[in-house]
Design a protein around this ligand. Structure first.
Ligand SMILES: [Zn+2]
Length: 206
């Protein structure tokens, strides 16, 4: 509706999808009870940590936090007193290594690095979306802020690829007679990524 797939939020969502997809591929690839458990216990620990912070903080809670849900998740599998909080990575590894170990390095290389810039709000992402080069020759090609961020190439085809990748893994884990329908763009046109103006410049200013 808001062409969110061409906005910064789209890139952020793609980065999340890439991480979820690689994590899922890794879990399915190793398919060991220890790893599935480790993934789950780590998550419960994160809920416990967030819940404890709501108890110790000052002032109002951030609006997005739901205290009772955090408490419920932290205590869902085990009473939270017995849940460890692991401040490291759930598999004591990193995503790059997980990707390499499960044959998903191509996904990592394609989708992870550039989209991570948007998560971290680093200069390249800010430059890409919110600055244009000034045309005034006296200004020595300095960059000036845009009023609104530029429309980016759509993340839609990439998001669909990652979603379908995960559906294929799911099918392997739970084989059945019926194929799970794949995600596809239907009904309307795919995003006109080819027409994207890219890093256009702005009219000269004085
Ligand atoms: Zn200028």
């Amino acid at each position: 509706m808001h062409r969110i797939h061409t906005r910064i939020v789209g890139a952020v969502a793609l980065r999340s999808l890439a991480e979820v997809c690689i994590t899922f591929r890794y879990l399915a690839h190793t398919d060991s009870p220890t790893m599935w458990q480790s993934y789950r216990v780590y998550g419960a620990g994160q809920a416990k940590l967030a819940f404890l912070k709501t108890q110790q903080g000052y002032g109002d809670l951030p609006n997005f936090l739901d205290e009772s849900t955090l408490h419920a998740i932290a205590n869902e599998d085990t009473w939270q007193e017995y849940v460890d909080i692991d401040v490291g990575h759930w598999a004591s590894s990193n995503l790059r290594k997980l990707a390499t170990d499960c044959g998903a390095k191509d996904l990592y290389d394609k989708y992870y690095d550039w989209s991570s810039g948007f998560i971290h709000g680093n200069w390249a992402a800010v430059r890409d979306t919110n600055f244009v080069s000034c045309h005034n020759p006296l200004h020595r090609l300095h960059r000036i802020p845009r009023v609104a961020h530029r429309s980016l190439n759509s993340v839609e085809p990439d998001a669909i690829r990652l979603a379908n990748d995960m559906i294929a893994v799911l099918e392997k884990l739970f084989p059945g007679d019926e194929k799970i329908p794949r995600v596809a763009i239907t009904g309307r046109e795919a995003s006109p990524t080819a027409a994207n103006p890219g890093l256009e410049t702005d009219a000269p200013h004085s």
